[in-house]
Design a protein around this ligand. Sequence first.
Ligand code: AHR
Length: 503
Amino acid sequence: AHARVTVTPSDIIAPVSPRLFGSFVEHMGRAVYTGIYEPGHPTANEQGFRSDVLDLVKELGATVIRYPGGNFVSGFRWEDSVGPVSERPTRLEVAWHSVESNEVGLHEFADWAEKAGVEVMNAVNLGTRGIEDAAALLEYSNHPAGTALAEQRRGNGRDEPFGITLWCLGNEMDGPWQIGHKTADEYGRLAAETGRVMKWIDPSIELVAAGSSNADMPTFGTWEKTVLEHGIDVFDHISLHAYYEENGDLESFLASGVGLDRYIRTVADIIRETLEAHGSERTVGISVDEWNVWNQTRFNEVDKPPLFAGEWNQHPRIIEDEYTVTDAVVVGSLLMSLLRNSDVVSMANLAQLVNVIAPIRSEPNGPAWRQTTFHPFALTARFAAGDVVSARVYSDRQHTSSYGDVSLLDAVAMTDGDELTLLLVNRSTTEPLEVAIDIEGAPIASVLYERTLGVPANGDRHTSNTQADPDAVLPLDLGIVTVDDGGAQAVLPPLSWSIVRLA
Ligand code: AHR
């Protein structure tokens, strides 16, 4: 099969935002306990955080971490998680039918985030709570000194404010599974009133209103419009959550990025039309603050029934998906969709970071390792710089039942000075794809870097990285070459994601 991609550096879509490489740590399953935190582990630091996991988080290149939920936040009492650890209450955690010890809370997580070099994106509980608690948490976090809440924080060992800029106003409030699920009007009004008070306390913050949990929600579209109308003067971002799984249809699964493109553009249109209709000149971005491959069928059939029927346990194993090389190609292409749409996507968070549908896995008292999906994320985060620019694709196509005909080649380009970074996916499951690359107005002189992630030598597209074989799937050389007419050529293996850097 054949394809061509023509890059036009002067046609800028948007500057590359570091905020696209966010991730998510929820108090859920083993994300925190035996994930980032495990006192007594051989690599644990003085606070009980695992250095092996921390090193992998740094290598992943995550920039901003959403915390502490997720569904968890809708029943969370933030004040349980501050003060002397020995005095913190143990609570039933209803969202994930677990027991929460509150051993790790705001102070500990902020310390960890500092060590990891990431920004904290916090969330307030708009499921069981409202304005007063959101305002209190913000004052506790960001007010310098001299009030009861600020002095409480200082008494708890944190002299300077945490200075948290990004705040989620609740989580997935459109979902009947959410504690305190609301209609769009109920949520929109509460979020707007809460947000206004929060900005009166600290005008420097940015607020994320909860959008739809997925594009198949019956309220999708009207939810965004209604919620935005309530808080058009106060929301800075509206969230969008998107999870994909194979469900017996490989071609559609490999085209998940097309689905995400359409989902994002639909939300962007709603935001633009709503702002215009109200004569607002504000910018409201899309915060894709949960996205990933997630085998939800497995969760509903295997994890969920015993979890919700059974005992209450601390940090049970939930949704510890083991990602295949196929999943990694899709994760790479979802990240490409986020970059391609970064004129409207203001930030994004891979959900999640450790153990829970995560690029990093860890075992209690055991090793930590990189899942297959770690690699496309880490390579993209490492090399993404400059501007996302137009990459026109001319390609053979294949049919998908979910998205119609899609091109075999998916491509995204970024230029930074004289350097061009291209991300390329071959969606064919059987055919190598010969790709000709050219840059308008600039001959390609050299190949600076190249890697491809595809089906390993064993020929099995279900291969994953496991504790026993953590490097079964690794990025390998692609073998791209420059050609006489000033272009470059590559042969992308079937079902592969690649990164090339050219000058
Ligand atoms: O990331 C796992 C869960 O998915 C989150 O708690 C929730 O917000 C979403 O439904």
